[in-house]
Ligand binder design. Structure first.
Ligand code: MF3
Ligand code: CO
Ligand code: CO
Length: 270
């Protein structure tokens, strides 16, 4: 049997994993988080995003793991690095970080066939007050979403928890990209929307594995993809932030697979 077909599917096509599968997800998630912990001190004014990606690729390699993004739909890098008004899928390259730049670094690794997908915000130099507020609201929005993860809640409850919090802070939730199921594949059902109405969407069940990865803009929610076919930016050029965890639903709530072992998930935590 193809190992990717283990377990069963719900009527919405969402895979239900077994208790023993959480260990594999924890191992993959931990590596992704450790790599972001290790890259944190390299995020400095004058550093290029390409050099950060090269370091990430080396760390994936040295861990004996595989990058999920290299070769994915033609993507050629071990990370996405999205600076300032880049919403997601920024391509690492010669661009050099300058004072006050904020950036999301998103890493997905494969360990023993399991996928660990996480991203968080970093800052080069001095964090401005408005960027700090954006980052804080985005981080807290992710945790509002995580707080809604438990059996008998729905995916709409997660989206609503995120959207209502972000909009109460007069910021906007990106609609054009969403979280996703993952496990022994990178992207699987469901689409995890970061907006929605309570009680709508598929029901959560113990054994579901998925990401929550809200993107929040200081301005309007609309995005556009640049001519490189990857880089998504805010249409109004406003600053954007994102945090991502991979989670597994338990009887009580959920486990986070991508917790930072160094306690560095938020850029102002040292
Ligand atoms: N890691 C991203 C996510 O959160 C996906 C990146 S796909 C890539 O789903 F090809 F752009 F790397
Ligand atoms: Co993801
Ligand atoms: Co990701």
């Amino acid at each position: 049997m193809d190992e990717r077909n283990r377990g069963r599917l719900t009527k919405d096509g969402i895979r239900i994993y077994e208790a023993a599968d959480f260990a594999g997800m924890h191992k993959a998630g931990r590596l992704a988080a450790e790599i972001l912990d290790a890259v944190a001190p390299m995020v400095q004014v004058g550093q290029s995003t390409g050099a950060l990606d090269t370091a990430i690729e080396r760390m994936v390699d040295e861990a004996g793991a595989k990058s999920a993004t290299i070769g994915y739909k033609g993507y050629q890098h071990a990370s996405c690095i999205s600076v300032n008004h880049v919403v997601c899928h920024g391509i690492p390259g010669p661009k050099v970080l300058k004072d006050g730049d904020i950036l999301n670094i998103d890493v997905t690794v494969i360990v023993d066939g399991w996928y660990g997908d996480t991203s968080r915000m970093f800052v080069a130099g001095k964090l401005s007050r408005r960027a700090e507020r954006l980052i804080q609201v985005t981080h807290d929005a992710l945790f509002r979403g995580i707080g809604a993860v438990k059996p008998s809640n729905t995916f709409g409850d997660i989206g609503h928890a995120i959207q209502s919090f972000v909009e109460a802070n007069r910021m906007s939730v990106v609609r054009d990209f969403c979280g996703h199921g993952l496990g022994r594949v990178f992207h699987a059902p469901p689409n995890v929307l970061h907006y929605g109405r309570p009680g709508t969407g598929p029901m959560l069940e113990e054994g579901m594995f998925f990401t929550i990865e809200p993107m929040v803009n200081l301005g309007r929610p609309e995005t556009k993809v640049l001519a490189d076919d990857w880089t998504a930016v805010t249409r109004d050029k406003s600053l954007s932030a994102q945090f991502e965890h991979s989670v597994g639903v338990t009887a009580e709530g959920c486990e986070l697979f991508t917790l930072s072992p160094a306690g560095r998930f938020h850029p102002t935590w040292t």
